[in-house]
Design a protein around this ligand. Structure first.
Ligand SMILES: [Zn+2]
Length: 90
């Protein structure tokens, strides 16, 4: 009898990111408290595996998104329509 206790959580709460950021990243050299960064210096969409595996609860994860993911995830900007002059004046 196997007891399956797998917590399938797709999202990473802030506490998770906090745990990851306690460790420096061996991959990109991010210091504790800072998210992983890509080559260009931009905040990566996810932490590098070499970093988050140091957190036991995350070691089995394939991908741990950074908190910065929140910022770019909000893609619902209103399109401001230019109030063009309507023809037909007069
Ligand atoms: Zn990294």
């Amino acid at each position: 009898m196997a007891t399956a206790t797998a917590t399938a959580t797709a999202t990473a709460p802030a506490s998770v990111a906090d745990d990851v950021e306690r460790h420096p990243c061996p991959r990109c050299g991010a210091e504790p408290g800072s998210p992983c960064r890509s080559r260009g210096g931009v905040v990566a969409g996810a932490y590098h595996a070499g970093r988050f595996v140091r957190v036991p609860q995350l070691a089995k994860r394939l991908r741990v998104p950074t908190l910065a993911d929140r910022d770019r995830g909000g893609r619902g900007a209103r399109v401001t329509a230019p109030d063009a002059d309507r023809p037909g004046g007069g």
